[in-house]
Write a new protein. Structure first.
Length: 211
């Protein structure tokens, strides 16, 4: 099975070898990013995981354009352009899967992350809008995973009080782990989820936000 994320990691094709796969370094926001990924995958693609994302946090009243635009471009616009390009090129095989990485912030919002929340809300909308067309025209399902507070290097930089709040604001009263998100993403790629389409699964320990 060949898979590729938002930064284009594929197995068994041209590129630079990394842990059994091959990396295709590129600017995911470039106009030709989708074409370059398709060219690197002449045998086609089974699973496309849209996982590229950045943050440029600041309250909306103090949000300059140079902090707003890159987040929307990387997290949302590039997903739309490259996914459309790969579908149009026939790179995604029939029976294939597209799994986007959303966020609970895109569902419930979060203070200081208006740009990030807007981009991830857009991903949720994109999944729901694209799923019917991708299924009927290409035989491909489209779903998303929406993580809540996950213990990562990025969240480790958040002030302690906010980290503790993030951990406690769910029914499990703890932060999630990257493997929790990875396992949910892997389920979407598994044959067992073949009848699931246009869905957003929250990996958040039943967060009290956005319920």
């Amino acid at each position: 099975m060949a898979g590729v994320d938002g930064l284009a990691v594929a197995a068994g094709h041209r590129g630079r070898a990394v842990e059994g796969g091959l990396a295709l370094p590129l600017d995911i926001t470039a106009a030709d990013a989708g074409a370059r990924i398709a060219e690197a995958l002449p045998d086609g693609l089974d699973v496309l995981v849209r996982n590229a994302g950045i943050t440029r946090d600041r309250r909306l009243a103090r949000m300059p354009a140079e902090r707003w635009a890159p987040v929307l471009e990387v997290n949302l616009a590039s997903v739309l352009r490259t996914t459309d390009a790969l579908l149009a090129a026939g790179t995604l095989k029939r029976g294939g899967r597209i799994v986007a990485t959303g966020s609970l912030t895109g569902i419930a919002g979060n203070t200081g992350q208006t740009n990030y929340g807007a981009s991830k809300a857009g991903v949720v909308g994109l999944v729901r809008a694209l799923a019917p067309r991708a299924a009927t025209e290409h035989g491909v399902t489209v779903n998303a995973v929406a993580p809540g507070f996950i213990e990562t290097q990025m969240t480790a930089a958040v002030p302690l009080f906010l980290r503790e709040a993030g951990r406690r604001m769910n029914s499990l009263s703890q932060g999630g782990l990257p493997v929790d998100v990875a396992e949910t993403t892997a389920w979407f790629a598994h044959p067992a989820s073949g009848a699931v389409n246009g869905q957003v699964v929250r990996v958040c320990g039943q967060s009290l936000l956005g319920t």
